[in-house]
Design a protein. Structure first.
Length: 331
Protein backbone atom coordinates (compact mmCIF):
# COMPACT_ATOMS: atom_id res chain seq x y z
CA UNK A 1 0.00 0.00 0.00
CA UNK A 2 2.66 2.50 1.01
CA UNK A 3 4.75 1.88 -2.09
CA UNK A 4 1.74 2.62 -4.30
CA UNK A 5 1.11 5.99 -2.65
CA UNK A 6 4.60 7.35 -2.86
CA UNK A 7 5.08 6.67 -6.53
CA UNK A 8 2.79 9.64 -7.27
CA UNK A 9 5.46 12.19 -6.39
CA UNK A 10 6.93 11.97 -9.88
CA UNK A 11 3.92 13.33 -11.68
CA UNK A 12 4.05 17.11 -11.27
CA UNK A 13 7.53 17.49 -12.84
CA UNK A 14 6.55 15.21 -15.70
CA UNK A 15 3.50 17.31 -16.48
CA UNK A 16 5.80 20.24 -17.23
CA UNK A 17 7.85 18.47 -19.93
CA UNK A 18 8.55 20.40 -23.13
CA UNK A 19 6.44 19.63 -26.19
CA UNK A 20 8.24 18.08 -29.11
CA UNK A 21 6.36 20.01 -31.76
CA UNK A 22 6.03 23.73 -32.42
CA UNK A 23 2.58 25.27 -32.65
CA UNK A 24 2.89 25.33 -36.43
CA UNK A 25 3.77 21.65 -36.55
CA UNK A 26 1.22 19.91 -34.34
CA UNK A 27 2.21 16.45 -33.10
CA UNK A 28 -1.04 14.49 -32.57
CA UNK A 29 0.80 11.63 -30.87
CA UNK A 30 2.32 13.92 -28.27
CA UNK A 31 -0.97 15.77 -27.85
CA UNK A 32 -2.56 12.51 -26.79
CA UNK A 33 -0.01 12.15 -23.97
CA UNK A 34 -0.39 15.76 -22.85
CA UNK A 35 -4.17 15.32 -22.59
CA UNK A 36 -3.66 12.17 -20.52
CA UNK A 37 -1.31 14.06 -18.19
CA UNK A 38 -3.85 16.86 -17.76
CA UNK A 39 -6.54 14.32 -16.91
CA UNK A 40 -4.21 12.67 -14.42
CA UNK A 41 -3.39 15.98 -12.72
CA UNK A 42 -7.12 16.71 -12.45
CA UNK A 43 -7.62 13.36 -10.71
CA UNK A 44 -4.70 14.12 -8.37
CA UNK A 45 -6.25 17.43 -7.42
CA UNK A 46 -9.48 15.66 -6.48
CA UNK A 47 -7.50 13.14 -4.42
CA UNK A 48 -5.65 15.93 -2.57
CA UNK A 49 -8.98 17.50 -1.61
CA UNK A 50 -10.33 14.16 -0.44
CA UNK A 51 -7.26 13.47 1.73
CA UNK A 52 -7.71 16.85 3.44
CA UNK A 53 -11.41 16.12 3.91
CA UNK A 54 -10.56 12.80 5.61
CA UNK A 55 -8.13 14.58 7.94
CA UNK A 56 -10.71 17.26 8.75
CA UNK A 57 -13.31 14.62 9.57
CA UNK A 58 -10.88 12.71 11.78
CA UNK A 59 -9.91 15.89 13.63
CA UNK A 60 -13.54 16.81 14.25
CA UNK A 61 -14.19 13.34 15.67
CA UNK A 62 -11.13 13.63 17.93
CA UNK A 63 -12.32 17.00 19.20
CA UNK A 64 -15.66 15.53 20.20
CA UNK A 65 -13.95 13.15 22.66
CA UNK A 66 -11.71 15.24 23.15
CA UNK A 67 -8.40 13.47 22.43
CA UNK A 68 -5.49 15.94 22.42
CA UNK A 69 -2.90 13.35 21.41
CA UNK A 70 -4.94 12.35 18.37
CA UNK A 71 -5.64 16.01 17.47
CA UNK A 72 -1.92 16.83 17.56
CA UNK A 73 -1.15 13.78 15.43
CA UNK A 74 -3.71 14.78 12.78
CA UNK A 75 -2.42 18.36 12.70
CA UNK A 76 1.11 17.08 12.12
CA UNK A 77 -0.15 14.78 9.35
CA UNK A 78 -1.94 17.69 7.67
CA UNK A 79 1.16 19.89 7.81
CA UNK A 80 3.33 17.14 6.33
CA UNK A 81 0.80 16.41 3.58
CA UNK A 82 0.35 20.05 2.54
CA UNK A 83 4.07 20.82 2.48
CA UNK A 84 5.56 17.60 1.09
CA UNK A 85 2.75 15.29 -0.02
CA UNK A 86 3.43 12.82 2.81
CA UNK A 87 0.20 10.82 3.11
CA UNK A 88 -1.35 9.94 6.46
CA UNK A 89 -1.62 6.24 7.26
CA UNK A 90 -3.78 4.28 7.04
CA UNK A 91 -5.90 5.49 4.14
CA UNK A 92 -9.13 3.96 2.86
CA UNK A 93 -9.17 1.07 0.35
CA UNK A 94 -11.39 3.19 -1.89
CA UNK A 95 -8.73 5.89 -2.08
CA UNK A 96 -6.11 3.25 -2.81
CA UNK A 97 -8.23 1.94 -5.69
CA UNK A 98 -8.57 5.44 -7.17
CA UNK A 99 -4.82 5.98 -7.01
CA UNK A 100 -4.19 2.61 -8.64
CA UNK A 101 -6.69 3.34 -11.40
CA UNK A 102 -5.28 6.79 -12.13
CA UNK A 103 -1.71 5.51 -12.34
CA UNK A 104 -2.69 2.57 -14.50
CA UNK A 105 -4.53 4.81 -16.98
CA UNK A 106 -1.60 7.19 -17.42
CA UNK A 107 0.93 4.37 -17.71
CA UNK A 108 -1.13 2.82 -20.50
CA UNK A 109 -1.09 6.15 -22.32
CA UNK A 110 2.69 6.38 -22.00
CA UNK A 111 3.05 2.92 -23.51
CA UNK A 112 0.56 3.65 -26.29
CA UNK A 113 2.31 6.89 -27.25
CA UNK A 114 5.74 5.24 -27.17
CA UNK A 115 4.51 2.46 -29.44
CA UNK A 116 2.84 4.95 -31.79
CA UNK A 117 6.17 6.73 -32.24
CA UNK A 118 7.90 3.41 -32.91
CA UNK A 119 5.38 2.54 -35.59
CA UNK A 120 5.92 5.98 -37.13
CA UNK A 121 9.70 5.33 -37.15
CA UNK A 122 10.28 8.25 -34.76
CA UNK A 123 12.63 6.37 -32.46
CA UNK A 124 14.12 9.45 -30.77
CA UNK A 125 10.70 10.56 -29.61
CA UNK A 126 9.86 7.02 -28.52
CA UNK A 127 13.06 6.94 -26.44
CA UNK A 128 12.18 10.27 -24.81
CA UNK A 129 8.72 8.99 -23.86
CA UNK A 130 10.26 5.80 -22.47
CA UNK A 131 12.52 7.90 -20.22
CA UNK A 132 9.51 9.88 -18.97
CA UNK A 133 7.72 6.61 -18.26
CA UNK A 134 10.63 5.34 -16.19
CA UNK A 135 10.66 8.56 -14.17
CA UNK A 136 6.92 8.22 -13.65
CA UNK A 137 7.37 4.69 -12.34
CA UNK A 138 10.24 5.60 -10.00
CA UNK A 139 9.11 8.90 -8.58
CA UNK A 140 11.53 11.60 -7.34
CA UNK A 141 12.82 12.46 -3.86
CA UNK A 142 10.49 14.52 -1.71
CA UNK A 143 11.45 17.66 0.17
CA UNK A 144 12.65 16.90 3.73
CA UNK A 145 10.17 17.00 6.60
CA UNK A 146 11.38 18.89 9.70
CA UNK A 147 10.70 16.40 12.50
CA UNK A 148 12.31 18.47 15.25
CA UNK A 149 9.46 20.95 14.98
CA UNK A 150 6.96 18.16 15.66
CA UNK A 151 8.48 17.27 19.04
CA UNK A 152 6.95 18.66 22.22
CA UNK A 153 9.42 17.81 24.96
CA UNK A 154 6.89 17.40 27.77
CA UNK A 155 4.50 15.30 25.70
CA UNK A 156 7.02 13.14 23.85
CA UNK A 157 9.57 12.30 26.57
CA UNK A 158 9.50 8.57 27.27
CA UNK A 159 12.11 8.36 30.02
CA UNK A 160 14.51 10.70 31.78
CA UNK A 161 14.38 14.43 31.04
CA UNK A 162 14.84 16.55 27.94
CA UNK A 163 15.21 20.30 27.60
CA UNK A 164 14.74 22.63 24.63
CA UNK A 165 15.93 26.11 23.76
CA UNK A 166 13.47 26.43 20.91
CA UNK A 167 15.86 25.25 18.21
CA UNK A 168 17.52 22.17 19.78
CA UNK A 169 16.73 19.45 22.31
CA UNK A 170 19.20 18.20 24.93
CA UNK A 171 19.20 15.07 27.10
CA UNK A 172 19.25 16.53 30.59
CA UNK A 173 19.17 13.58 33.01
CA UNK A 174 22.23 11.75 34.37
CA UNK A 175 20.48 8.45 33.68
CA UNK A 176 18.83 7.00 30.59
CA UNK A 177 16.89 9.47 28.42
CA UNK A 178 14.53 8.71 25.53
CA UNK A 179 12.11 10.79 23.47
CA UNK A 180 9.82 9.80 20.62
CA UNK A 181 9.38 11.63 17.32
CA UNK A 182 5.61 11.81 16.70
CA UNK A 183 5.72 10.86 13.04
CA UNK A 184 5.09 7.56 11.25
CA UNK A 185 7.76 7.24 8.53
CA UNK A 186 7.16 5.79 5.08
CA UNK A 187 8.59 2.42 4.23
CA UNK A 188 11.71 3.86 2.59
CA UNK A 189 13.30 7.05 3.85
CA UNK A 190 16.43 8.95 4.80
CA UNK A 191 16.64 10.28 8.36
CA UNK A 192 19.14 13.13 8.71
CA UNK A 193 20.24 14.43 12.11
CA UNK A 194 22.80 16.90 13.43
CA UNK A 195 23.97 15.79 16.87
CA UNK A 196 26.60 17.13 19.29
CA UNK A 197 28.14 15.05 22.07
CA UNK A 198 27.98 17.42 25.05
CA UNK A 199 29.33 14.88 27.53
CA UNK A 200 31.23 11.75 26.55
CA UNK A 201 30.84 8.47 28.34
CA UNK A 202 28.08 6.56 26.59
CA UNK A 203 25.98 6.13 23.49
CA UNK A 204 23.49 8.00 21.33
CA UNK A 205 20.68 5.82 19.97
CA UNK A 206 18.32 6.15 17.02
CA UNK A 207 15.34 3.78 16.97
CA UNK A 208 14.21 3.13 13.39
CA UNK A 209 11.44 1.34 11.54
CA UNK A 210 12.74 -1.06 8.89
CA UNK A 211 9.85 -2.75 7.13
CA UNK A 212 7.53 -3.80 9.94
CA UNK A 213 10.37 -4.20 12.43
CA UNK A 214 12.03 -1.77 14.82
CA UNK A 215 15.71 -1.68 15.64
CA UNK A 216 18.19 0.64 17.37
CA UNK A 217 21.28 2.21 15.84
CA UNK A 218 23.78 2.64 18.68
CA UNK A 219 26.63 5.13 18.24
CA UNK A 220 29.58 5.25 20.67
CA UNK A 221 28.25 2.63 23.06
CA UNK A 222 30.21 0.81 25.75
CA UNK A 223 31.90 4.00 26.89
CA UNK A 224 32.45 5.41 23.38
CA UNK A 225 34.07 2.19 22.16
CA UNK A 226 31.53 0.47 19.87
CA UNK A 227 28.70 1.19 17.43
CA UNK A 228 26.25 -0.99 15.53
CA UNK A 229 22.66 -2.10 15.03
CA UNK A 230 20.82 -3.64 17.96
CA UNK A 231 19.64 -6.25 17.66
CA UNK A 232 20.24 -8.63 14.73
CA UNK A 233 19.18 -12.25 15.31
CA UNK A 234 19.03 -11.32 19.00
CA UNK A 235 22.68 -10.20 19.07
CA UNK A 236 23.42 -6.73 20.43
CA UNK A 237 25.15 -3.88 18.61
CA UNK A 238 28.60 -4.82 19.95
CA UNK A 239 28.38 -8.46 18.85
CA UNK A 240 27.06 -8.77 15.29
CA UNK A 241 28.09 -8.14 11.68
CA UNK A 242 27.50 -4.37 11.96
CA UNK A 243 29.77 -3.78 14.95
CA UNK A 244 32.24 -0.92 14.50
CA UNK A 245 34.97 -0.42 17.10
CA UNK A 246 36.26 2.98 18.21
CA UNK A 247 34.71 6.41 18.65
CA UNK A 248 32.66 7.82 15.74
CA UNK A 249 31.23 11.01 17.29
CA UNK A 250 33.70 13.76 18.16
CA UNK A 251 33.05 15.66 21.42
CA UNK A 252 31.50 19.14 21.41
CA UNK A 253 31.11 19.17 17.63
CA UNK A 254 27.83 19.13 15.68
CA UNK A 255 28.02 15.98 13.55
CA UNK A 256 25.68 15.09 10.66
CA UNK A 257 24.28 11.57 10.91
CA UNK A 258 22.29 9.91 8.14
CA UNK A 259 20.24 6.71 8.27
CA UNK A 260 18.99 5.41 4.92
CA UNK A 261 16.22 2.83 5.18
CA UNK A 262 15.31 0.81 2.10
CA UNK A 263 13.69 -2.53 1.46
CA UNK A 264 15.97 -5.04 3.23
CA UNK A 265 18.77 -2.48 3.65
CA UNK A 266 19.93 -0.04 6.34
CA UNK A 267 22.91 2.27 5.84
CA UNK A 268 24.42 4.68 8.39
CA UNK A 269 26.84 7.51 7.70
CA UNK A 270 28.50 9.78 10.26
CA UNK A 271 30.06 13.04 9.03
CA UNK A 272 29.54 11.71 5.47
CA UNK A 273 31.61 8.60 6.28
CA UNK A 274 29.81 5.27 5.76
CA UNK A 275 30.07 3.17 8.92
CA UNK A 276 27.26 0.61 8.54
CA UNK A 277 25.66 -0.95 5.45
CA UNK A 278 23.47 -3.85 6.50
CA UNK A 279 21.38 -5.94 4.09
CA UNK A 280 19.00 -8.67 5.10
CA UNK A 281 15.47 -9.68 5.99
CA UNK A 282 13.99 -7.05 8.35
CA UNK A 283 12.46 -9.90 10.36
CA UNK A 284 15.94 -10.52 11.74
CA UNK A 285 15.79 -7.14 13.52
CA UNK A 286 14.45 -6.44 16.99
CA UNK A 287 14.40 -3.32 19.12
CA UNK A 288 17.44 -3.27 21.39
CA UNK A 289 16.18 -0.60 23.81
CA UNK A 290 12.86 0.59 25.23
CA UNK A 291 10.58 -2.04 23.70
CA UNK A 292 7.73 -0.46 25.67
CA UNK A 293 6.81 3.17 26.17
CA UNK A 294 7.22 4.53 22.63
CA UNK A 295 4.41 4.41 20.07
CA UNK A 296 5.43 1.47 17.80
CA UNK A 297 4.65 3.55 14.68
CA UNK A 298 7.15 6.25 15.59
CA UNK A 299 10.90 6.72 15.60
CA UNK A 300 12.62 7.71 18.82
CA UNK A 301 15.98 8.89 20.15
CA UNK A 302 17.76 7.83 23.33
CA UNK A 303 20.90 8.56 25.32
CA UNK A 304 22.40 5.89 27.58
CA UNK A 305 23.37 6.61 31.18
CA UNK A 306 26.58 8.60 31.42
CA UNK A 307 26.32 10.41 28.09
CA UNK A 308 24.73 13.74 27.19
CA UNK A 309 23.79 14.86 23.68
CA UNK A 310 22.25 17.86 21.94
CA UNK A 311 20.14 17.37 18.82
CA UNK A 312 20.15 20.41 16.52
CA UNK A 313 18.24 19.03 13.55
CA UNK A 314 16.05 16.05 12.61
CA UNK A 315 14.81 15.81 9.04
CA UNK A 316 13.21 12.96 7.16
CA UNK A 317 13.27 12.65 3.41
CA UNK A 318 10.90 10.04 1.92
CA UNK A 319 12.72 8.09 -0.78
CA UNK A 320 11.27 8.10 -4.28
CA UNK A 321 8.34 5.81 -4.74
CA UNK A 322 7.17 5.76 -1.15
CA UNK A 323 3.97 7.06 0.43
CA UNK A 324 3.91 10.43 -1.36
CA UNK A 325 1.16 12.26 -3.25
CA UNK A 326 2.76 15.22 -5.01
CA UNK A 327 1.70 18.56 -3.42
CA UNK A 328 -0.39 20.83 -5.59
CA UNK A 329 1.77 23.13 -7.74
CA UNK A 330 1.82 26.82 -6.66
CA UNK A 331 -0.88 28.93 -8.28
Amino acid sequence: MRRLWNLLLAISPLLACTHFAHAADVDPIRERLEKAKATYESRLEALRKDVLAVLDKSENQARQVPDKKRIDEIKAQRTAFQSTGQLPSPMSPQLQARIRGARSALEKEYLAVRDAYLKAKQDDRADAVEKELQQFRKGIPAEPIDLLKLIEVKRDTIRGRWETNGSSIVSADAGYNSIQIPFAPPREYVLELIVAKVQAGNDFQIALLVGEQRCTVVLDGNGDQASGISAIDGRAFDNNETTVHGTVLAANTPIPISATVRNQELAITVASNPIINWKGNPKRLTLGQDPAGADPRFLFLAVQKGGRYRVDSIKLRPIQGENILAPAPPR
